[in-house]
Structure formats: C-alpha cells, structure tokens
Design a protein around this ligand. Structure first.
Ligand SMILES: Cc1cc2nc3c(=O)[nH]c(=O)nc-3n(C[C@H](O)[C@H](O)[C@H](O)COP(=O)(O)OP(=O)(O)OC[C@H]3O[C@@H](n4cnc5c(N)ncnc54)[C@H](O)[C@@H]3O)c2cc1C
Length: 391
C-alpha cells in the first residue's frame, strides 16, 4: 500500500490488489515506529495521521521475575516523533489507502486475489487474479510481491528462500484494560513463560509465547490451565482471564524468519515479508516493509514513469535493503535462540542478566535499543516527487 501510494504520488499508474474485503484482521501487530512516522512527516501526512486514535509509547519495559527493567527510551531519538505510535494496522492501511486514492493514477482493488503469474519469454508480465466477478488478468511493467510471509508471488516466481527457523509461536488474544492497570508496554518473563502486552486503550493485546508446535498440547491441558498460566505471568489479569470463554478468540500466529536469496526476476520484485519474513521481536516488521517501499519508490519511480526500469534497478533495491534486513534478522534470531528459546525450554526463574542490570544503572544505555527499534539500520527518506504539487 505504501509503495502504491508513493508511486501514484510520483505519477506512476499503480494497481494494488488485496485478497480480503477489508484490512480488519487482527494478526499483524500495530507498532508504527519513529522511522515510519518520519516518512509520514516527509510526505506531509503526519499531522493528520496523529489525529487518528492511537497510543504513544515513549519507553518499553520488561519484567523478569520480580525485577523490572526499562529497556528502551525513545525520547532522545533525532526524529520528529520520539515515540512508538500504536494503531491497529487496519486503521493505518485505511489511512494510507485514503491518501493514495487522492491520486488519479492509484487504484485499489479489494477481494482481488493473485493466484498466478503471467510469464512471457522468462519475464513476468502480469498476474492472474481471482475476483468476485470472475477471473482477471492484469499486465504491468513491474509486478511487486508485497503479499506477506506466505507470499504466493515469490512461490510462483520460484525464488529461493533461506529459512532461519524460530523456537516459538505466539498466542494472540485480547483482555480488557482498566485505568488502574498503568500504561507501560511490557514484556514479562516468569518461570518458563513469557507474555508481551500492548496497550490498545480499552484492551490489552496480549502475545503469549509458546514453544513452536506446543499449541495442541496446551489445548489438551484445557482452558482453565491456560488461564492459570496467564495469571502466573501477569497476576493483575486474574479478575478478567474468564473473558477467554473458549479457544476461539485465541489465535495461533506462527513465527517465521526467512529471506529470499534474490528478491527479483525480470518484471518482478518482492518486498516486505514476501522478501524477508520477520519475527515479531522488536515489532519492526511493518516498519521494515515500509522502508523497503520507500527505497523501491526512490529507485524505481522515475524509471517506471519513463518505462525504462531494468533488472539492474531491481537489483539496486535489494542491494539497498539487504544490509538492514540481514542485521535486523540476525538480532531477532540471536534473541530468539539465546533468550526466548531458553526461557520457554526451562522451568527455572531467570534472573535479570547483567547487561540488563546496567540499563537500570545507566539510563543512557536505553537509547541504544530505542535507536535499533525506532529507527533501525539505514533509514530511508522520501526522494520521490508529489506530482500534484508540481502542477
Ligand atoms: C505474531 C506476530 C506479531 C507481529 N507483531 C508485529 C508488530 O507488533 N509490529 C511490527 O512492525 N511487526 C510485527 N510483526 C511482523 C509483521 O507482521 C510483518 O513483518 C509485516 O506485516 C510485513 O508487512 P507486509 O506488508 O510485507 O506483509 P503483510 O502485512 O502480511 O501484508 C500482506 C498483504 O497481502 C495480502 N495478500 C496476501 N496474499 C495475497 C494474494 N495472493 N493476493 C492479494 N493479496 C494478498 C494480505 O491479505 C495482506 O493484506 C509480527 C509478526 C508476527 C508473526
């Protein structure tokens, strides 16, 4: 959606295809980081964006057993917004779509599912699409696969994937939030159990981490035992775990970390999770996908409007984004294996590791994770023009 917006804004005709009827699916987190807010500032849409309901989070904390540590402090970042904005992703996508539709070269087709690629002489020239009105073929100078972790585009294109594995999956559910709960966004680790809670104003979006493949076993133990597990990690939820009346509202989200060896083929480019599925660690996936979109637009907009985009341009997009992707995934895989895998595999209470003790002693250290999470490696800036302001 962001790439569609940027290209349409630069005068390139774009069709964005979305297989669902709306964006109302609660499975992708909703953390809009300072890097993304900076992009919106550069696009001149930040002010309107921040008028939409959201929460602003200036620091992130963690609790290990009884020890509390502030892990990241965003208030010193060299960006317009020194906070994470929490907004459900459907509101964010609706906002970007609404802005994009102001450009006559932008088209969004909902309930349009890409089911195959059209190829001619080894070049991707279009897509086959399933719609309510029947099948459709759409031809284009460039097809961009931005269809997420289970991308059909990359699959049909036969692009090779390196998989890095993940020791955990996530159970994703809501519990109501009360004013006396406090505001902090917190990860909690208690004796082999781990939960992260995102403040969504009137409810907590909870991400309860389990060992990969353990969901069936957890279900066999029964809902009462699972509710007890939640309370043992976060005792103040005791008075509302009964809101989970059956397994239906508890969604299993499988975690994947992988990366394409080559993100492109003649006529085709993959970006976002389609090029590199991100772990939820750090809540950076949406923001990395947006950085890909900005880089792709910067490199390709002018070439696409002249009809001269080549394989070398597609390669430049990968070269630009490969380093930040590799670095971010390396950190995620390290934390998955060294922290999460160990916690979930043990019944012992972990004590606060010494590097984290330093965070309590020297608050300045909290700026490092804030920078890695909030801005990341090699932040992108909008270099594409706004054709409407040039007329
Ligand atoms: C449990 C979990 C929690 C996470 N939490 C966070 C978080 O808090 N913050 C964060 O930044 N990241 C988070 N992530 C990572 C984040 O979800 C992804 O990195 C991010 O959504 C990638 O964006 P994307 O646009 O590339 O793909 P997606 O967000 O997956 O979007 C792909 C879109 O393509 C559509 N689509 C798919 N197939 C087709 C098709 N064939 N035809 C047409 N349309 C299609 C989908 O419906 C979807 O709208 C989390 C990941 C997991 C697993």
């Amino acid at each position: 959606m962001m790439l569609g917006f940027l290209l349409a804004r630069a005068g390139v005709p774009v069709v964005v295809l979305e297989k669902h009827a709306d964006f109302l699916r609660d499975f992708r987190g909703d953390t809009i980081h300072p890097s993304t807010l900076e992009v919106m500032h550069e696009l001149g849409i930040l002010e309107d964006f921040l008028k939409r309901p959201h929460q602003e989070v200036r620091e992130i904390g963690g609790q290990i057993g009884q020890d509390f540590v502030k892990l990241a402090d965003f208030s010193h970042l060299p960006t317009q917004c020194r906070f994470l904005a929490f907004m459900p992703q459907w509101d964010f996508l609706d906002f970007i779509a609404e802005r994009a539709k102001r450009y006559p070269t932008f088209q969004l087709r909902m309930q349009a599912e890409v089911i195959d690629l059209l190829e001619e002489e080894g070049r991707v020239v279009g897509v086959s699409v399933k719609t309510h009105d029947g099948p459709l073929e759409i031809r284009a100078d460039l097809i961009v696969g931005a269809d997420g972790r289970h991308s059909i585009v990359r699959d049909k294109a036969g692009l090779k994937v390196d998989e890095f594995g993940a020791p955990m999956d996530v159970l994703w559910f809501r519990l109501s939030r009360r004013p006396e709960d406090g505001e902090q966004t917190l990860g909690r680790i208690v004796k082999g159990k781990m939960m992260v809670m995102l403040n969504r104003s009137d409810y907590w979006q909870c991400a309860y981490l389990i060992r990969k493949g353990d969901f069936d076993h957890i279900k066999q133990r029964g809902l009462a035992a699972f509710r007890d597990d939640i309370v043992s990690v976060t005792p103040f939820l005791r008075d509302r775990v009964d809101e989970l009346k059956d397994w239906e509202p508890i969604k299993l989200l499988t975690v994947l970390v992988d990366r394409l060896q080559k993100w492109y083929r003649p006529g085709l480019l993959c970006i976002g999770d389609a090029a590199h599925a991100m772990s939820p660690i750090g809540g950076v996936g949406i923001n990395l996908a947006i950085q890909d979109a900005v880089a792709a637009a910067n490199i390709l907009a002018d070439r696409l409007s002249r009809g001269t985009a080549t394989m070398v341009d597609l390669q430049r997009v990968q070269l630009r984004r490969d380093f930040p992707t590799r670095m971010t995934q390396a950190m995620q895989v390290f934390l998955q294996n060294q922290v999460i895998g160990r916690v979930l595999g043990s019944n012992q209470q972990l004590s606060l590791p010494w590097p984290l003790k330093l965070f309590n002693r020297w608050p300045v250290l909290r700026r490092i994770p804030a920078r890695l999470i909030g801005i990341g490696f090699r932040p992108e800036h909008v270099r594409t023009p706004d054709v409407s302001s040039e007329q």
